[in-house]
Ligand binder design. Structure first.
Ligand code: HEC
Ligand code: HEC
Ligand code: HEC
Ligand code: HEC
Ligand code: HEC
Ligand code: HEC
Ligand code: HEC
Ligand code: HEC
Length: 339
């Protein structure tokens, strides 16, 4: 008899807990203390019917998302800054807070010395190695052959594919990762959602990309490979095979999918060259030679930058000059034809 009462109580408790659980907002992704490579973080919340009427996310105290939930799951993404980000997610119902969680997320960056290494306490989380059956209710998770379209830089025309309906129908990855291609300058294979041309679904961890970058980049950019490897001087980061120090493999706000405008990118590592004094030496122009904010006299339509005089990858000429010039005098005359 006692046993019966006891099991009855346990059952009721169990039901109460189930109901309470089913009624509240829960965070599905991400876990705390994850480390990310890029600036996008996906967030997924389970929001049972009538559990909340407003969801907000703040990144480093700045509002980054505000959503009126209308789904059992609410999925959105926020932008991260290099370093540790404090991500606060709250849900409220009729003005009363019903859910609150704060996560620390580290975003790595090769261009900020202090953030190159993942600090202790943070680690990469391999989402695609975990149990994602909850997500599979609404999303397709296993890749298809159409996630590996052939893309050849020599014959590529992005516009021919750039139709959202086509992308949705042919990409498994699009429904969750759509923001990855949302910046203005989109890399060819990403524009057509050929994600598997770099992310191997058979690798361990799943979808990891071969390192160094040249292992994947030179697979398609064969012309550049042959050209650069034949040069006398190859730029430090290129020698190391680190193309993604400067180029986003996905999309960015700058031409050539660069992480920063060319001048800022170069000065990031060569801070002492920004003034342009190195071009003229200790001549009677103490202000130095202009390195920006002027039209490039040779490359019409482009701004003067470090790349006006230096090739960012490789060159046969002194100091990695972008021109066929054996000495300073020859270099100057490429632009100053009157001198
Ligand atoms: C009840 C259905 C449902 C479930 C379950 C679900 N999602 Fe979603 N998710 C959606 C819908 C609908 C969209 C919008 C899709 C679109 O625009 O193509 C979406 C979009 C997304 C996005 C893109 C957000 C953005 O920034 O545009 C991500 C990321 C995402 N889901 C992740 C997940 C993850 C992770 C899970 C499992 C923990 C999950 N979803 C479970 C319905 C669901
Ligand atoms: C259900 C939504 C969903 C779908 C569909 C999806 N992803 Fe993801 N993916 C995520 C989430 C969430 C993460 C966690 C990291 C983040 O915030 O971007 C992630 C992370 C990744 C990562 C980083 C490594 C990892 O495992 O965390 C890669 C690479 C990746 N996805 C590639 C793909 C590719 C390629 C496809 C298509 C074949 C795909 N994803 C489809 C939700 C999804
Ligand atoms: C040109 C090669 C290339 C293509 C094409 C490509 N990626 Fe990536 N992706 C990379 C590299 C390189 C990384 C960084 C991997 C690392 O260092 O761990 C990466 C990382 C990621 C990550 C992890 C982000 C993070 O912050 O940790 C996600 C998610 C991802 N890719 C999704 C996609 C999706 C979706 C597509 C298809 C639209 C795609 N990628 C196409 C090269 C590529
Ligand atoms: C699957 C083939 C493929 C791979 C792998 C690949 N690319 Fe590309 N890449 C392309 C295509 C296609 C284009 C577009 C060419 C065009 O627009 O004329 C392109 C264009 C570019 C451009 C020039 C963009 C512009 O505006 O002219 C850069 C820079 C670039 N890729 C860098 C990389 C880097 C870095 C990697 C390695 C992380 C890489 N690519 C890997 C196919 C590839
Ligand atoms: C130090 C930064 C840096 C690194 C590292 C780098 N690039 Fe570039 N890349 C640039 C810049 C800057 C431009 C644009 C140059 C211009 O304005 O003409 C560019 C342009 C390109 C282009 C288009 C124009 C061309 O020259 O064909 C391709 C393709 C490219 N890079 C691929 C790569 C690949 C592949 C790697 C790795 C082997 C790589 N880049 C490494 C900075 C870099
Ligand atoms: C991630 C850091 C990094 C970035 C970004 C970078 N460089 Fe470099 N650069 C190096 C390293 C490392 C070396 C080789 C060591 C040295 O000489 O300081 C180097 C060497 C050079 C050299 C001397 C080459 C020689 O041996 O004669 C020139 C010129 C140069 N870089 C120009 C540029 C230009 C132009 C840009 C922008 C397109 C740029 N760098 C961006 C790291 C970088
Ligand atoms: C108008 C042409 C011109 C521009 C623009 C220019 N440089 Fe230079 N750069 C030169 C010349 C000429 C030299 C050789 C100077 C010497 O011999 O002392 C040089 C040398 C260098 C070196 C040293 C190379 C070595 O062999 O050690 C680096 C690094 C460098 N420049 C980086 C940059 C960066 C970064 C920018 C953009 C902020 C830039 N340059 C803009 C012409 C230019
Ligand atoms: C890539 C093209 C390019 C090369 C190479 C180049 N210059 Fe210039 N130079 C310019 C531009 C652009 C200006 C700015 C003109 C203006 O103000 O309209 C300039 C301006 C100057 C000025 C005037 C500076 C001032 O403050 O008014 C001098 C002097 C000069 N260059 C000398 C040189 C010398 C010496 C060399 C060779 C070491 C050289 N330049 C190589 C493009 C170049």
């Amino acid at each position: 008899m006692r046993l019966k009462i006891l099991s009855g109580v346990v059952l009721i408790l169990f039901i109460i807990i189930r109901i309470a659980e089913a009624d509240t907002v829960t965070l599905q992704y991400p876990p705390d203390n994850v480390a990310m490579e890029f600036d996008l973080l996906n967030i997924s919340l389970e929001v049972p019917k009538d559990s909340a009427d407003l969801i907000k996310a703040k990144v480093n105290d700045k509002e980054s998302a505000s959503i009126v939930p209308d789904n059992k799951y609410e999925c959105f993404s926020v932008l991260l800054s290099p370093g540790i980000n404090r991500v606060e997610i709250t849900a409220s119902k009729k003005g009363t807070q019903v859910f609150n969680v704060t996560l620390n997320v580290f975003r790595r960056s090769d261009l900020a010395r202090e953030f190159i290494k993942i600090p202790a306490g943070f680690k990469k989380d391999y989402f695609h190695m975990g149990d994602n059956s909850r997500c599979a209710e609404c999303h397709i998770l296993e890749p298809r052959e159409t996630d590996r379209k052939p893309v050849n830089p020599a014959s590529f025309i992005a516009e021919a594919f750039d139709k959202e309906a086509v992308i949705r129908a042919t990409s498994t990855c699009y429904s969750c990762h759509n923001k990855i291609a949302a910046s203005p300058y989109v890399h060819g294979p990403v524009a057509v959602w050929s994600c598997l041309s770099c992310h191997d679904d058979k690798s361990d961890p799943k979808y990891s990309v071969k390192k160094p970058d040249t292992e994947v980049c030179y697979g398609c950019h064969i012309e550049q490979k042959t050209d650069w490897q034949s040069k006398k001087v190859i730029h430090g980061p290129v020698t190391l095979g680190k193309c993604t120090i400067c180029h986003s493999p996905h999309s960015s706000n700058y031409p050539f999918n660069l992480y920063k405008a060319t001048w800022d990118l170069c000065v990031n590592c060569h801070a002492d060259r920004g003034s342009g004094t190195h071009v003229l030496g200790n001549s009677f122009f103490p202000g130095g030679h202009p390195t920006r904010d002027k039209p490039d006299p040779v490359r019409t339509g482009k701004e003067l930058s470090c790349a006006s005089c230096h090739n960012p990858h490789a060159s046969d000429y002194p100091h990695m000059w972008a021109f066929e010039a054996r000495d300073m005098f020859e270099l100057c005359r490429k632009c100053h034809t009157d001198k």
